[in-house]
Design a protein around this ligand. Structure first.
Ligand code: 9MR
Length: 630
């Protein structure tokens, strides 16, 4: 293990920058796209000349550092945002102030972000359960297979007999630094990666990730995603409902995947959130995989449909963490937003009239804008609707676009008078802040797709620059990339493998001003972006997770793909609905036409008369209005 980069960055950043001291620069440590925006934050250089010299020492560009401004998350040390976008010749450069070197080597190339983007995707290969990672694909991080997951018990919270036959649920990605597999978090992560492909097909059809399936005819990114989709499919119960998670009862110790595999794992919970989530992902998957494997696509759409029917009949039945389970709960998400997202996706690929009716009664309000997260899928619904204006009602498509663009405008506006030029605010620095940042960048890139206004692309780029080093700790939050990458993730495979370098391509959760673990001593309310501890003891700042890597991969992958192809997703290219689904009996539809349910009977429950109906083996109840009994 290396000495904490953290300490070095802190000293530099807190050293009073003035003419007494040499200037300091914070920058993306990985690379800049030849024709893209290029900026570094320089402290102690206001009004001075910053020279950019090429490898032969020749000055390629000189820029006068503008007025120094603070960026609130970095504290009160002001920086000049030096823009050298004019430098458009590939090569390696170095910035100088007053004849002294500042910052790190600056790499400019047409494919400057490509390796990091691929690494962020290859992380998912390293997270695979149930398969040996061989040296051919994993290099020095080769390891034995972990968690075959062929002998899974049913926790009583699933409604199954805990002592009955066990089930199988192999494959999938480990969620994070732990070995759990959680549908709710898998949902948004898998969806985000499917979108990365969907929005940049031309680029990703040609991009090899060096994974075991690389030689087949399917784009590598889709092979990788399928590893998790196949697991997710096993999480669907026979009645269509989806189990919430598959974990041991407690987190296991810091051991390898192989060693951890001897601890019994359970299917835990079956609830509304996971079922909506699963619907959205499987609906999109059915569309994406159809050209490559129509049979698999058919499996996905039928699974989506059954999950939707189940969730419709179980509204309000959210997951509650059982008292004997201590692994991540992923509770408290906004199920109504997940339903909207699932409905939009299933409608998009099926055109089902019942779903159309649900959407007719839905609205998208800009006032409800929230950054996408595992807890909240409102923005994902807006993404789907806004990027498919020929599928959804004009009213809905327009309001979804307004929501995305207004949110992006708000994020971009924070770049004004911002010395670091990073489109992030103080309130963004909580658990998983690099995921929050990346999800903001996704909103910005969707606004770019919808408007083609480059200011959004550049603002998304500023967030990648932040993650790759333009931050007050001078740290790259991507393992293996940059001059000072973080070294000590909370990630059991990296902690237990006796290899100094952590698995590459992982994004740290990042600065978190309210950490309560060993990073607590670093909480800094006056400089939230410094609230970080590069130590594996800190799950609240230094864990890695699929839902942080996925939006980062979306962002850096899209920035590179758009630069490489010169094109971004065309919202008018959408195909028509591709599948028929069985008419879905939503509660509302049943209320207007109870005859659409089979096996109905009136019953008295409590002091209410209810209609009990059974759809696909699932029993549900509707209050019959106006009939109360005492
Ligand atoms: O990302 C999750 C974060 O939003 C929560 O605040 C936190 C505490 O509940 O849990 C995070 O998710 C963790 C999950 O519970 C278990 N696997 C590791 C996840 C990343 O830290």
């Amino acid at each position: 293990m290396r000495i904490n980069n953290f300490i070095k960055g802190t000293l530099v950043a807190t050293g009073l920058a003035s003419s007494l001291f040499a200037a300091t620069a914070f920058q993306n440590q990985v690379g800049f796209l030849t024709n893209g925006q290029k900026q570094i934050a320089v402290i102690g250089a206001e009004n001075q000349e910053v020279q950019f010299k090429d490898e032969s020492g020749k000055v390629a560009l000189t820029v006068t550092a503008p007025k120094a401004e603070v960026w609130i998350p970095a504290g009160d040390t002001a920086a000049s945002l030096v823009d050298f976008s004019e430098l458009k010749t590939a090569g390696t450069y170095q910035a100088y102030v007053g004849g002294e070197k500042v910052g790190h080597p600056i790499k400019i190339a047409d494919n400057a972000l490509e390796d990091a983007a691929k690494a962020a995707l290859r992380f998912f290969y390293y997270q695979r359960a149930s398969i040996e990672l061989t040296e051919e694909f994993a290099g020095k991080w080769a390891r034995a297979a972990g968690h075959p997951d062929t002998s899974i018990r049913y926790h009583k919270s699933t409604g199954h007999d805990p002592l009955g036959p066990k089930g199988a649920s192999p494959k999938g990605w480990y969620d994070a630094g732990d070995y759990g597999k959680y549908v709710v978090n898998s949902g948004i992560s898998t969806y985000t990666l499917l979108q990365l492909y969907q929005h940049n097909k031309e680029y990703f059809k040609k991009t090899s990730l060096n994974i075991p399936e690389s030689k087949n005819d399917v784009p590598d990114i889709l092979d990788e995603i399928r590893w998790n989709l196949e697991w997710m499919l096993t999480m669907q119960d026979t009645d269509g409902g989806v189990f919430h998670k598959l974990t041991s009862l407690n987190f296991v110790g810091t051991v390898t995947p192989l060693k951890a595999s001897s601890t019994q794992r359970y299917f835990i919970g079956k609830a509304e959130e996971a079922s909506w989530n699963f619907t959205a992902v499987m609906a999109l998957a059915s569309e994406v995989y159809k050209p490559f494997d129509p049979e698999f696509a058919e499996t996905c759409i039928r699974a989506a449909e059954r999950a939707y029917v189940w969730a419709s009949a179980h509204i309000g039945e959210v997951f509650v963490q059982p008292s004997d389970v201590k692994t991540g709960s992923y509770t408290g998400s906004k199920a109504a937003t997940t339903k909207l997202w699932a409905t939009a996706e299933l409608y998009r690929v099926s055109g089902d009239p019942t779903l159309e009716e649900v959407l007719k009664n839905s609205t998208i309000r800009s006032a409800n804008a929230r950054i996408p997260s595992w807890q909240d899928h409102y923005m994902l619904a807006a993404f789907t609707i806004a990027t498919n204006p020929n599928v959804f009602e004009e009213r809905l498509a327009d309001s979804a676009k307004a929501l995305v663009v207004k949110s992006a405008d708000k994020f971009a506006a924070t770049l004004e008078n911002n010395g670091y030029g990073v489109a992030l605010e103080k309130g963004d620095f909580y658990w998983g802040s690099n995921g929050v940042a990346s999800n903001k960048a996704m909103v910005l890139l969707h606004a770019y797709i919808l408007t083609k206004d480059e200011k959004y692309y550049n603002a998304a780029n500023s967030i990648v620059d932040y993650i790759l080093g333009r931050n007050p700790l001078d740290i790259s939050y991507l393992t293996g990339y940059g001059v000072h990458p973080f070294m000590n993730p909370h990630h059991r495979p990296s902690q237990s493998d006796d290899i100094d370098d952590p698995v590459p391509g992982m994004i740290a959760g990042g600065a978190n001003a309210s950490a309560t673990d060993c990073a607590k001593a670093y909480n800094n309310p006056n400089a939230v972006a410094k609230s970080y501890y590069d130590n594996s003891c800190s799950y609240a700042t230094n864990e890695v997770a699929i839902n942080w890597n996925a939006p980062f991969a979306y962002t850096i992958g899209s920035l590179q793909a758009i630069a490489s192809t010169g094109k971004s997703y065309d919202v008018s290219e959408k195909a028509q609905a591709q599948y028929e689904v069985n008419s879905i009996p939503t509660k509302r539809a049943l209320r207007t036409n109870p005859a659409s349910a089979n096996n109905k009977r009136l019953i008295v429950r409590g002091n209410k008369v209810q209609l009990e109906f059974t759809e696909n083996g699932v029993k549900s109840y509707l209050n019959v209005k106006g009939k109360r009994v005492h």
